[in-house]
Design a protein around this ligand. Structure first.
Ligand code: PMP
Ligand code: GLU
Length: 438
């Protein structure tokens, strides 16, 4: 008879699916938990680890949720018809693409939809790095191959047509089914692709029949409101990924959307079949409220412009401060992230026994209470001194209310972020001070 403690130990090592054995919780959620625990123990912690919108859900959308709280039925697996229509209309209007209601799949977060896509797709996934934390672990869970495409600071952390060409031209597997993941405005680097850059990527994608998974979850948080979707240039093989989490401040509502062209509906149908055997459908009240969000109105447009103005002002302020301290960063163009590269400070870091991104973040957290995520979480090499800063630790309701008192065609006054985004300002100053200690 095996004792129960021993049984557990055996189970842990033998009976767990090999793909998930030893797998930790996702880096974003874990850093949030650690920060929360440290705060609970009385430490002052600046929470720039998890990337979630600091802004509240727009009032009209919250009111819609209230109104539909009584909705209790299971809904169609692909999503409510009206919602699919509203999402298609949203992309038609905002992105000038020919989206159709039948091409929309609604899921419990775009994260889950990406998992389903990787599950049903039999081929290779190409992921430029640094990349969002979950694409690669999802593939690992499924035992899939991911081809990472490392980019560099000099290339603004963007994939180039030459890099793509090198992969696609590989003599043995030129026409292997492939999905290229593009994410812009990007997490973790806060940059985006220009229309011309997208067009030259499309030239290669079209030549090699790549499917593009275009992760545009931050599209509406382009600071100039000028997001351009690659689907405009490559409509036949682009899937647009979006949802309520970022532009609508509703990460915890868990509603994401994929929009497919007719040519890729076989993928949509396969994903829906798996969804019908797993989560059934997204929560009914959330779907009804989401119709309101995607249909939009003047109040939501105003909310978005204020959010963009605040994020642009804060992101640029952090960028200027941190670059002046010798950290390499590109000026942000959207979303709420900066990807910090400490490589110019490698010698002074080494003198402090810091030679990799994980030690770098651990020491920042221990010594000054600033929580960042290390470059390794974004599939960068361990010894590269990079880290992501999510400039979201402030009261978004207060900042919005203050911004709303100032005309939208003006810049925010210099003291705005000191008054309204204190957490991020203090954390940035702490990093600068810590770096300058030498
Ligand atoms: N893509 C990117 C780039 C993200 O940062 C996130 C994080 N929320 C997601 C996808 C997933 O978002 P959600 O599941 O909340 O739709
Ligand atoms: N996307 C957010 C981030 O990158 C967090 C949410 C998540 O990972 O699901 O920090």
């Amino acid at each position: 008879m095996i004792e129960s403690g021993e049984r557990n130990a055996i189970d842990k090592h033998v009976s767990l699916n090999l793909n998930v054995r030893g797998m930790p919780e996702s880096a974003t959620l874990l850093i949030n938990e650690i920060s929360r625990r440290l705060q609970h123990d009385g430490r002052e912690i600046y929470r720039l680890g998890l990337g979630q919108s600091p802004f509240p859900v727009p009032r009209v959308v919250v009111n819609a949720l209230r109104l539909y709280a009584k909705e209790k039925d299971y809904l169609p697996v692909k999503g409510l018809r009206e919602l699919r229509g509203a999402v298609a209309e949203f992309h038609r209007e905002k992105d000038q693409v020919n989206a159709r209601p039948e091409g929309v799949l609604v899921g419990p977060g775009s994260k889950e939809l990406m998992f389903l896509l990787q599950l049903v797709f039999y081929g290779e996934i190409l992921v430029p790095t640094p990349c969002w934390v979950s694409y690669v672990p999802q593939a690992r869970i499924l035992g899939k191959q991911v081809r990472l495409i490392p980019t560099s600071y000099e290339e603004q952390w963007r994939v180039t047509p030459e890099m793509l060409l090198r992969i696609c031209e590989h003599e043995y597997d030129t026409y292997r089914p492939r999905i290229l993941v593009l994410n812009y405005p990007g997490n973790p680097e806060g940059g985006t692709y220009s229309a011309d850059e997208l067009k030259s990527l499309v030239d290669i994608a079209r030549r090699y029949e790549l499917i593009v998974l275009s992760d545009e979850i931050y599209g509406q948080l382009h600071f100039e409101g000028a997001h351009v979707s690659v689907a405009r240039f490559y409509p036949e093989r682009t899937i647009i990924s979006s949802g309520l989490s970022k532009w609508c401040g509703a990460g915890g509502w868990r509603l994401g959307t994929f929009t497919f062209p007719p040519e890729l509906e076989w993928l949509l149908n396969a994903m829906a079949a798996v969804a019908s055997e797993t989560y059934t459908s997204v929560s009914a009240p959330i779907q009804y409220a989401a119709i309101r969000a995607f249909r939009g109105d003047v109040s939501i447009e105003r909310y978005l412009w204020h959010a963009r103005r605040i994020l642009a002002t804060l992101g640029n302020w952090c960028h200027n401060k941190l670059s002046a301290a010798g950290i390499r960063i590109h000026p942000p163009e959207g979303a709420f992230y900066l990807f910090l590269d400490f490589s110019l400070l490698a010698d002074t870091m080494a003198q402090r026994d810091i030679r990799d991104s994980e030690t770098l973040c651990q020491r920042l957290l221990e010594e000054v209470g600033v929580a960042l995520l290390p470059g390794t979480a974004f599939e960068r090499p361990r010894d590269e001194l990079t880290a992501r800063l999510a400039y979201v630790d402030f009261d978004g309701s207060k900042a919005l209310a203050a911004s709303e008192t100032l005309p939208l065609d003006q810049r925010l006054p210099d003291d705005f972020i000191h008054k309204c985004c204190h957490g991020v300002v203090a954390a940035t100053e702490k990093i600068v001070e810590w770096v300058s200690k030498g």
